[in-house]
Design a binder for this molecule. Structure first.
Ligand code: OVM
Length: 408
């Protein structure tokens, strides 16, 4: 990494780095790269991909809220929609800006807003209590299991597809479809190649269940279609808004729950605190999102020449925003690497910020609150019971396996 001197008022060249943020050794442990990029400067040119990296909180936050200069409509992955055909029709939310973004965003935010979720709270709590009871089993002694399939995947898959109104058949496509969608934001590396053979199959199912007549009458899907009936969005837009729910709403939550369970297992004092005060479940989840950042990165594209901290970035360039690095920037957070239920994690950029901020964050919080509350009521001790294994994805920080030991 080389550093340029930044003369006041004079545009300087940014420091450069040849790091590949999507290489396996980096995906296994991205923290050293985050630290190096943050320390190198507010803007770093990544020579391998000719993109500009922001790893400090200030610049990441500023780019997230400035959709005029840092657009999403050219794609939020490495590939530029102006020159390359996307692998699926662009999302009306993720890959759009005002004014096209406005109506779909308003509809989805209403369907997934705190008010609309109220009716699900009690049922999801009961579902969580049942799942945790089943996992703990009849015996009084400790139980050991893999928390990724048994809790982090099982709970969202138990409540979310029903809440959307999806048919039972084919739900196994949800996780691999999302995994591929998030890989596809990165370069065309081995992770993308590994998912490619089955994309058509997963996409075919996902697209087919966005149709009105396939969705149950009372779910998020039906509510999106009802918005089309009212004229809030067009009937052509409705299935794509449903697709956003299915793409962005499953893997993200699974990995967020995995991160929360891993953080709690590794920090017994924080688990004790949560047990003493189960209302901290919400803080625990948001702190885990800050600490782990399941959504590690997103790209933007400059609409015009922009100067960031004295560095000129030409128009039409890709910006790689390291949400995870911003969420541990010591310029913004005290003791950033500690998982601490005593801090206020609000303001983290794990759900993004600005008009593209995660529309499903209230759903994710409700799921995590139900599961963590059910655990806190029954479990005195939670600890790692064996070696953990990461799941590599170009965008998501994820787990394949977290062996846990739970004591009633
Ligand atoms: C979408 C979407 C939104 C957020 C993330 C995402 C694949 C997709 O609207 O389809 O990741």
């Amino acid at each position: 990494m080389t550093t340029a001197t930044n003369h006041t008022g004079v545009r300087s060249r940014p420091p450069t780095s040849d790091v590949d943020p999507f290489a396996h050794d980096v995906l296994e442990d991205p923290t050293p790269m985050h630290t190096a990029l943050r320390e190198a400067g507010p803007v770093v040119h990544l020579t391998r991909y000719d993109v500009y990296a922001f790893a400090r909180y200030e610049q990441v936050h500023a780019a997230l809220v400035d959709w005029q200069e840092f657009q999403s409509a050219a794609g939020v992955g490495l590939s530029n929609f102006r020159y390359e055909k996307p692998w699926r029709p662009p999302s009306l939310l993720l890959e759009a800006d005002p004014p096209l973004h406005d109506a779909p965003s308003r509809v989805l935010r209403q369907v997934l807003g705190p008010r609309a979720l109220h009716r699900l709270r009690e049922r999801w709590q009961t579902d969580a209590e049942e799942l945790v009871e089943q996992v703990l089993g009849g015996s009084a002694g400790p139980v050991e299991f893999d928390a990724v399939p048994v809790l982090a995947e099982a709970f969202p898959l138990r409540v979310f597809p029903d809440a959307v109104g999806l048919p039972r058949d084919g739900r196994e496509h949800l996780l691999p479809y999302g995994d591929h969608a998030f890989n596809a934001f990165g370069p065309a590396n081995d992770l993308v190649a590994k998912g490619a053979p089955r994309v058509a199959e997963h996409s075919g199912w996902v697209n087919s269940v966005c149709a009105r007549d396939v969705l149950s009458a009372d779910g998020f899907g039906a509510r999106i279609w009802a918005a089309a009936d009212r004229g809030d969005i067009t009937p052509e837009q409705a299935p794509l808004v449903v697709r956003s729910l299915l793409t962005a709403g499953v893997d993200t939550t699974v990995h967020g729950l995995s991160a929360t369970l891993y953080a709690l297992a590794g920090n017994p004092a924080q688990w004790a605190r949560l047990r003493a005060e189960p209302r901290l479940a919400r803080v625990a989840f948001d702190e885990a999102i800050r600490w782990e950042s399941p959504g590690q990165t997103f790209f933007r594209t400059t609409t015009t020449d922009v100067t960031v901290d004295g560095v000129l970035i030409p128009g039409g360039k890709k910006i790689l925003m390291f949400l995870a690095a911003a969420n541990r920037d010591p310029r913004r957070w005290a003791d950033p690497d500690s998982f601490d239920l005593g801090r206020d994690p609000s303001g983290h950029v794990g759900f993004g910020m600005g008009l593209h901020q995660c529309a499903g964050q209230h759903v994710a919080r409700l799921e995590s609150e139900a599961l963590l509350t059910a655990l806190a009521r029954r479990v005195s001790g939670i600890e790692l019971a064996g070696p953990t294994r990461r799941h590599h994805n170009n965008t998501l920080r994820a787990w394949d396996s977290i062996p846990l030991r739970l004591t009633r």
